[in-house]
Design a protein around this ligand. Structure first.
Ligand code: BG6
Ligand code: MG
Length: 215
């Protein structure tokens, strides 16, 4: 249920920036090296999912079973490629309306946090030049339980010093919507209503809120 928004918690990948295309390139490259194909529709299954779980899904698609040691080596290899791709990003890749909406709600005294599963979040924020828009940053380096566990959002609320019921989460992944609901927060889905139907409301992107709130 959506109540008064005292704080807003934003997922990063798919809400602030479209990194899914770089994850896709890196996972596809790994699949090719392992001898099978990986499609864009397969990539949908990895959104919001942790790095190691993503690898497990990829191996499932390729019909492969590997030991933990090999899996962690492959995860490192995929991440090295991914980091190489995202290192070339710049401010032009911030999704439409995202920076304007964050500045707008900041001007209304609303606390702003990042709540991302990614361990690469600090690098991405630095490349996009938007770290300063967040009061609090909670990413995959700070939490031990992946979404749909609510840990990332509960920690963001605690660091903002706002009770969960006063927080609204912006999420593009089913696992993230589930995590926000389990945290007792309001949640706006960013993407398709057919996928994000559990959210309190669904928008196509933050640019829609800029039109509503700034006009
Ligand atoms: C999420 C992405 O935000 O972060 C997932 O939606 C990704 O696709 C996860 O697997 C972990 O990211 P990283 O950068 O730590 O590998
Ligand atoms: Mg996401």
């Amino acid at each position: 249920m959506i109540q008064e928004m005292r704080a807003a918690i934003f997922d990063l990948d798919g809400v602030i920036v479209d990194t899914a295309k770089y994850h896709f390139l890196a996972w596809k490259r790994l699949a090719r090296e392992l001898g099978f194909d990986f499609t864009e529709s397969d990539n949908e299954r990895l959104k919001g999912v942790s790095r190691i779980r993503s690898l497990e899904i990829l191996l499932e698609i390729g019909g492969m079973t590997l030991d933990d040691e090999t899996k962690s080596q492959l995860a490192v290899c995929k991440n090295n490629w991914y980091v190489e791709y995202i290192s070339h990003m710049d401010a032009s890749e911030v999704l439409p309306g995202a920076a304007d909406y964050l500045r707008y709600i900041h001007s209304r005294g609303i606390g702003i946090a990042l709540g991302s599963a990614s361990r690469n979040a600090p690098l991405i924020l630095e490349r996009l030049g938007i770290e300063a828009l967040f009061d609090v940053i909670v990413d995959g380096n700070k939490v031990s339980k992946a979404k749909p566990d609510p840990e990332v959002f509960l920690r963001a609320a605690a660091e903002l010093n706002i009770p969960p019921a006063g927080c609204i989460v912006f999420e593009d992944a089913e696992a993230g919507i589930e995590a926000a609901l389990r945290a007792g927060m309001g949640v706006i889905g960013v993407g398709k209503p057919s996928i994000l139907y559990k959210a309190d409301a669904v928008i196509a992107g933050l640019h829609q809120l800029v039109i509503i709130t700034l006009t």
